[in-house]
Design a protein around this ligand. Structure first.
Ligand SMILES: *[C@@H]1O[C@H](CO)[C@@H](O)[C@H](O)[C@H]1NC(C)=O
Ligand SMILES: *[C@@H]1O[C@H](CO)[C@@H](O)[C@H](O)[C@H]1NC(C)=O
Ligand SMILES: *[C@@H]1O[C@H](CO)[C@@H](O)[C@H](O)[C@H]1NC(C)=O
Ligand SMILES: *[C@@H]1O[C@H](CO)[C@@H](O)[C@H](O)[C@H]1NC(C)=O
Ligand SMILES: *[C@@H]1O[C@H](CO)[C@@H](O)[C@H](O)[C@H]1NC(C)=O
Ligand SMILES: *[C@@H]1O[C@H](CO)[C@@H](O)[C@H](O)[C@H]1NC(C)=O
Ligand SMILES: *[C@@H]1O[C@H](CO)[C@@H](O)[C@H](O)[C@H]1NC(C)=O
Length: 547
């Protein structure tokens, strides 16, 4: 059965006049990819293969999504199939281009012009059945960038496998996507596209640059230059991306920068600035990665979990592609990874690895393999218009405990993404035992937080309390004790594998509840909350010392 399907695929491809007889390893041998990158490519594309529905011509949505099928994942899969170029792969990719493009929004008067559906079943946004409540409601403005960047890879590297009609169809679709992307202006009509929104901003920049050159639209090319300059100006302040150290989005940023370097036009600002920005991304990772814990220490501006060995992160993909799966911060079991959706992206990371590692400093590679020893890392990152001042980042790294924190004062609670589940301005991670990783993360309820890490300590205070919901409090989530071995969690001073001493001017009687509603990144956790006396007027603080 398997054989005949494969032969059919080949026949269809030959009949359409498509070259499809290249060996399975064609991508890897041509690009000089490492064994680690090849292994990641094969493992992750085979995971995607299992979600392919050949009747529908889309990938099935692995967890939550806006429908049964996932258009964005399917779009990612197309260049992966072209790179593999096994029996039937090219024909599948052509079906995907046709299907996903049939769900592109073409009404120029709409804010979502040029965007793609999240799922083929979605009705037209802005209708009574599917109202438009602004970006990220019935449409996601970033899908233009995710699809667009994946298809740059497809057209740039594999157009020779495709019929001319498909090539011009994809080109035309990308041209519309790039024009629609220019409708995005931060602060206008609910849009949040600012240079501080690093990951989509980096993607839109290469989308404008590459499509502009490809179709000869000077306006797009110019926008690409402007976007590159704007993010470089912001980055140059502290040599950090504003969306700082996110185990997921720092990965997207590194991928996008690899695309800048590989696909940007030769005399562009992308080619000029990309190498520095990518090199510094590696350096930051080399400082904040703890190879003993197999985790990136905090603070995390946006995170989908508290232990990279349990969820699919994209920095996990960067590290797997560099030093191999065994030593990488990725789940051992691919079944039921948390945040598993992003695993669909891994093969595209594999394809970018030969470019990405060109900028990898040797010392960083050493640090990824072996923790270099106790050290402090300090830095700053700035996210205008959300931050009232640049955030100060302090991280203490030791053999089996890390403490990461940042000072922040914003107009909103929950970071620029306005999402307390993702925003983790203070977190302690440690080895509970040989394989379990504990995390105490600060759950934000304030927009102004002064969190500072030092060797063995974390101090959090609220210099400007503005909570309007209930009393001022310090909320912490503890997670990671999946197999308790008789240990009873009793509070911050009663967590397994870490001796903590606490000082605070909050009331000593804290509350502790075990939460299983999966409202925070699918995790179950203990919620430990300290509350300030109602009449309190000074600066609330809470300090944790490792003893
Ligand atoms: C050119 O790009 C700008 C944004 O950079 C946009 O406002 C303008 O409408 C575009 N012009 C054309 C003719 O597409
Ligand atoms: C952040 O650090 C800078 C440089 O050390 C310092 O000038 C500034 O006052 C700090 N800001 C906060 C809010 O701590
Ligand atoms: C305190 O917070 C309010 C509301 O976010 C803000 O307007 C004000 O500037 C803040 N003050 C200081 C000293 O940070
Ligand atoms: C953590 O490191 C310390 C000192 O190196 C050691 O005593 C302790 O046993 C380690 N704990 C775990 C859980 O590995
Ligand atoms: C944990 O709690 C249970 C129930 O309250 C108790 O029976 C047990 O002795 C406790 N274990 C430890 C190690 O304190
Ligand atoms: C803690 O104790 C105070 C009185 O000392 C009381 O008002 C408050 O309700 C208690 N809070 C909790 C969470 O038990
Ligand atoms: C933690 O508990 C506090 C006090 O009950 C509550 O206000 C807060 O919303 C809880 N946090 C989470 C993330 O469940």
């Amino acid at each position: 059965m398997k054989l005949s399907v494969a032969l059919l695929g080949l026949n269809a491809a030959y009949n359409a006049g498509i070259v499809s007889a290249a060996p399975l390893e064609s991508w890897s041998t041509k690009s000089g990819a490492s064994l680690s990158a090849v292994d990641m490519f094969n493992t992750a594309i085979e995971w995607n293969d299992k979600y392919w529905d050949d009747e529908a011509g889309y990938l099935i949505t692995p967890s939550e999504g806006s429908g049964r099928y996932d258009s964005r994942h399917s779009a990612w899969y197309a260049p992966q199939l072209l790179a593999r170029n096994g029996p039937g792969d090219v024909a599948k990719a052509i079906r995907i281009f046709d299907n996903v493009i049939s769900g592109q929004y073409l009404d120029r008067t709409k804010q979502w012009y040029g965007d793609y559906q999240g799922a083929p079943s979605q009705p037209e946004p802005g209708t009574l059945v599917y109202p438009d409540d602004g970006p990220y409601s019935s449409w996601d403005p970033n899908i233009r960038d995710f699809v667009g960047c994946a298809w740059i890879v497809a057209l740039n590297d594999y157009a020779h496998l495709l019929p001319a009609a498909t090539v011009s169809k994809v080109e035309n679709s990308l041209h519309i996507a790039a024009k629609g992307d220019l409708y995005r202006v931060g602060g206008v009509d609910g849009d949040n596209s600012y240079p501080c929104y690093s990951n989509p901003w980096l993607m839109r920049t290469i989308l404008q640059n590459w499509v502009g050159a490809r179709v000869g639209d000077a306006n797009l090319t110019k926008s690409g230059e402007n976007f590159a300059q704007e993010i470089y100006n912001l980055w140059s302040m502290h040599r950090t991306l504003s969306e700082f150290n996110s185990p997921t989005y720092a990965g997207v940023a590194m991928w996008a920068l690899a695309l800048w370097n590989k696909y940007g036009t030769s005399d562009s600002l992308l080619k000029k600035y990309g190498p520095d920005m990518l090199t510094y991304s590696w350096k930051e990772l080399g400082e904040l990665y703890n190879a003993n814990l197999k985790n990136v220490a905090g603070p995390w501006d946006r995170s989908y979990g508290y232990n990279m060995k349990e969820y699919a992160s994209l920095i996990g993909a960067v590290i797997w592609g560099t030093i191999g799966r065994e030593k990488a911060p990725v789940p051992k079991n691919l079944l039921s990874m948390y945040h598993q959706d992003d695993f669909a992206f891994y093969p595209l990371f594999a394809l970018s690895m030969p470019e990405m590692v060109k900028y990898l400093p040797a010392k960083v590679k050493t640090n990824l393999l072996k923790f270099p020893g106790e050290h402090m890392y300090t830095s700053q990152a700035y996210s205008p218009p959300f931050d009232t001042y640049p955030r100060n980042i302090t991280t203490w790294m030791s053999d089996n405990v890390t403490i990461g924190a940042e000072t922040v004062s914003e107009h909103v609670v929950g970071g620029p993404a306005i999402n307390p589940s993702q925003f983790t301005p203070a977190v302690i991670q440690w080895a509970i035992d040989d394989y379990q990783i504990g995390a105490i993360s600060h759950w934000v309820t304030e927009s102004s937080i002064h969190a500072v890490a030092a060797p063995g300590s974390l101090k959090i205070s609220y210099p400007n309390t503005t909570s309007t919901d209930g009393p001022v409090s310090f909320n912490f989530l503890f997670s990671g004790l999946n197999v308790p071995n008789g240990f009873n969690v009793t509070g911050l001073e009663g967590v397994p594998g870490l001796n903590v001493k606490l000082t605070t001017n909050a009331l000593p009687n804290y509350t502790m509840t075990y939460n299983t509603d999966h409202s925070v990144n699918e995790f179950s956790f203990y919620n430990i909350t300290y509350t300030m006396p109602e009449s309190f007027t000074g600066v609330p603080y809470l300090s944790l010392h490792i003893v």
